[in-house]
Write a protein that binds this ligand. Structure first.
Ligand code: GDP
Length: 364
């Protein structure tokens, strides 16, 4: 699965947000087989109204959304890269995630201490980014020193690694994150394997006061501008509201959202933004037993997509019967789509599209 790490300075609302996420997940747990929740790891459903519509047409008994993992990574403070406090563990945890949800305090509240003594989310973002850049620089220096011997032997892999590390180092030394390095397609895999912290995509989560949940405020507006300039994503959310919503049942939650002038829960927007940031797409399997959503990366071939369900599906892949989501809906289901000639047989080279309804044929 795909993992988002929740980071941010102390007292910005990370735990509040994480609790809301996991409480919502816990409430849904009855509908989800295999929903595991550890103290700082939560699996949440990726909301997708297409799945409900497909299930309604096919009269599926069960609806199983696709999921995303959130990890609450506490303990970042100034000096983390120097191993202060929980620093080192924190950095190790970040290496393992696919993307970072960076929570920024955009609410004023005299009762909640700000570690820097003022509310300035853009400056806070820089504090964390600086720690991550310092940590990358330190690890790059160590790794390059470790490559020296192999470089003398002209080891091809070592030469590539060193070249990429040097490119990252040059940017970091100028105070820029490693993600600004332009990487060729043939270096993409080696680059990813370096697991540099400042190459992870970032979603800035503006935690605003309750009154600003629908509109955002001056602080979140500055974050939005910063995110845009960096090519990062941002969402506005009120962690406190989300925590309140997570304690309500579905009807109550809807009324509450209405009152607040919100179209949907902020968590849903957050999860979807994470999905988009990671360039993830969804395909569906639909039948009378269940309607289910599956996550793939953009550009995934049909056999690889089948492999998400089971490795044997990929190995024994013969072909896929495919109906585009819009066709499935317009033709009122599989039978109608078939009759209208909208069911396609696709082979190994087919690149699955977001929303495809798939049926895989395979050898066992
Ligand atoms: P963490 O240290 O980043 O995990 O922050 P917490 O989630 O523990 O929140 C720190 C404090 O800020 C707690 O007392 C929360 O109740 C409070 N808090 C979190 N979000 C909001 C918010 O949107 N508005 C206000 N006024 N307080 C909040």
């Amino acid at each position: 699965g795909f993992k988002m790490g929740i980071v941010g300075l102390p007292n910005v609302g990370k735990s509040t947000l994480f609790n809301a996420l996991t409480k919502t997940a816990a409430a849904q747990a009855a509908n989800f087989p295999f929903c595991t929740i550890e103290p700082n790891v939560g699996e949440v459903a990726v909301p997708d109204e297409r799945l409900d519509k497909l299930a309604a047409i096919a009269q599926s008994k069960q609806i199983i959304p696709t999921r995303m993992t959130f990890v609450d990574i506490a303990g970042l403070v100034k000096g983390a890269s120097k191993g202060e406090g929980l620093g080192n563990q924190f950095l190790a945890n970040i290496r393992e995630v696919d993307a970072i949800a960076h929570v920024l305090r955009c609410f004023e509240d005299g009762d909640v201490t700000h570690v820097e003594g003022r509310v300035d989310p853009v400056a806070d973002a820089e504090v964390i980014e600086t720690e991550l850049m310092l940590a990358d620089l330190e690890s790059i220096e160590k790794r390059r020193a470790g490559l020296v011997r192999k470089l003398k032997g002209n080891d091809k892999e070592a030469v590539q690694q060193d070249r990429l590390l040097a490119a990252a180092q040059a940017e970091l030394e100028e105070g820029r994150p490693a993600r600004v390095v332009a990487v060729d397609a043939e270096d993409a895999k080696a680059w990813k394997n370096l697991q540099l912290l400042t190459t992870k995509p970032i979603l800035y989560v503006c935690n605003v006061d309750e009154a600003s949940a629908a509109s955002g405020n001056a602080h979140s507006e500055k974050v939005r501008e910063m995110a845009e300039a960096q090519g990062a994503a941002s969402v506005v959310i009120s962690a406190q509201i989300e925590e309140e919503i997570s304690q309500l049942d579905a009807d109550e939650a809807e009324m509450f959202l209405d009152e607040m002038g919100l179209k949907e829960a902020g968590l849903d927007r957050l999860i979807r933004a994470g999905h988009k940031l990671l360039k993830l797409e969804t395909y569906f399997t639909v039948g009378p037993k269940e309607a289910r959503a599956w996550t793939i990366r953009q550009g995934t071939s049909a056999p690889q997509a089948a492999g998400v369900i089971h490795g044997d599906f990929e190995k024994g892949f013969i072909r896929a019967e495919t109906i585009a989501y819009d066709d499935f809906i317009a033709c009122n289901g599989e039978q109608g789509a078939k009759e209208a000639g909208k069911m396609r047989a696709e082979g190994k080279g087919y690149i699955v599209k977001d929303g495809d309804v798939m049926h895989f044929l395979f050898n066992t």
